[in-house]
Design a protein around this ligand. Structure first.
Ligand SMILES: Nc1ncnc2c1ncn2[C@@H]1O[C@H](COP(=O)(O)OP(=O)(O)OP(=O)(O)O)[C@@H](O)[C@H]1O
Length: 361
């Protein structure tokens, strides 16, 4: 039961993971994962296949036991509690609906298990089906519904017993792109309406950036960075995050006395780097890399030529080859009639100092 004070729910649903470790045989699936999720927060676990996202979520849900480490729900240690006693709503990619039950029966199931009175079950099922816009389909069976509708039933079933936390494992993974984008918006709206903590597993960076208050990027069982979406994109903490989240130009550089030098010894625009001399990588997003034909031959920017130009509908992508042999990508939105450089044109590539991140790992 959620704590009540003077008839109002206390804000609950904080989750804390402390040094979670999980091995399967000799392989480490989750390696020293610690994470604190605030009540009402929407946090995504983002990473490539096999990075440990699902295993982490399953340890929160109670379907997997960690070899070491702890899971806390509102400061209560739930590490070894069975799943049904954790009061967490879980939504899987494959919906996991009961095929022989109607939508209403599927959604009522968690309440029946908890022996809630019949009238109360009916009222709650009606309310939650309206919330996910399925009120009119209550008597259908899962096979008579689209994938998107089935996923809404799964969400309704997880919401119906009013858990403080929802755990979602790639819930949109089986759906086509348009429907994913639509349901993404619906889940986000639902999150605002119900105010529950949500932990959302995905390998889709757009989904994670669009939906989350914060994103935890996982790689090889470890969390590499936990940040708000803008921060993650603008200031990646390491090369893995820089290349996994969005497109990026990675330029090998040398740092000397606070100046960043390219491979041909040219000075590159980047913030002075305190006390870190030696090899590093400069990261610049394609939309921040400008190609200027009028600056070709001047001392401004990196000299080179356009070697490719691709029309992408909303944007044009340019491939640039510097005189020193670097291959860089520039992305320009097709919003103006301004002329753009052509393949073969000499240009200078440049970017604002504030748009460059220097990584020394
Ligand atoms: N039951 C299991 N037995 C053995 N190895 C497992 C088991 N479950 C997961 N693993 C391994 O643990 C690692 C992490 O798997 P996990 O499913 O957590 O990754 P993921 O990031 O969720 O990947 P995906 O996006 O493909 O689901 C992988 O190397 C996987 O092969």
């Amino acid at each position: 039961m959620r704590a009540k004070v003077s008839g109002t729910d206390l804000k609950t649903g904080g989750i804390a993971l402390h040094n979670l470790q999980k091995r399967y045989g000799s392989a480490t699936a989750v390696d020293d994962v610690s994470l604190s999720v605030s009540p009402g927060e929407f946090i995504s676990l983002l990473g490539p296949s096999g990075s440990g996202k699902t295993t982490t979520l399953m340890m929160v849900a109670g379907f997997e036991l960690p070899d070491s480490g702890r899971v806390l729900l509102d400061d209560r240690d739930i590490t070894r509690l069975p799943p049904h006693r954790r009061e967490l709503g879980v939504i899987f990619q494959n919906y996991a609906l009961f095929p022989h039950m109607t939508v209403a029966e599927n959604v009522a199931y968690p309440l029946r298990m908890r022996r809630v009175a019949k009238a109360e079950v009916e009222a709650r099922v009606r309310r939650v089906l309206d919330q996910v816009h399925l009120g009119a389909l209550a008597s259908r069976r899962p096979h008579q519904m689209s994938g998107g509708q089935q996923q809404r039933v799964a969400i309704a079933r997880a919401l119906v017993f009013d858990p403080p936390v929802l755990l979602l494992d790639e819930p949109l993974g089986a759906l086509d792109k348009k429907l994913r984008e639509h349901l993404r918006g619906e889940i986000k709206t639902l999150h605002k309406e119900v105010g529950k903590t949500m932990i959302y597993v995905t390998h889709d960076q757009d989904e994670a950036l669009a939906m989350s208050d914060r994103v935890a990027v996982m790689h090889e069982g470890r969390i590499r960075q936990v940040s708000a979406p803008q921060e993650l994109y603008r200031r990646p903490a390491d090369l893995f995050v820089a290349s996994f989240v969005g497109e990026v130009n990675l330029i090998p550089v040398k740092l000397k006395s606070g100046v960043v030098y390219g491979g041909a010894g040219e000075k590159l625009p980047a913030a002075p780097w305190p006390d870190a001399d030696g090899d590093a990588t400069l990261c610049v997003r394609p939309e921040h890399l400008h190609l200027d034909p009028s600056a070709a031959g001047s001392s401004h920017g990196v000299p080179g030529h356009v070697v490719g130009r691709t029309f992408m509908g909303d944007a044009t992508i340019f491939e640039f080859r510097s005189d020193s042999g670097l291959r860089l990508t520039s992305k320009v939105l097709n919003i103006s009639a301004e002329s753009m450089p052509d393949v073969g044109d000499a240009c200078a590539a440049s970017w604002a100092v504030s748009d460059a991140t220097v990584l020394t790992e």
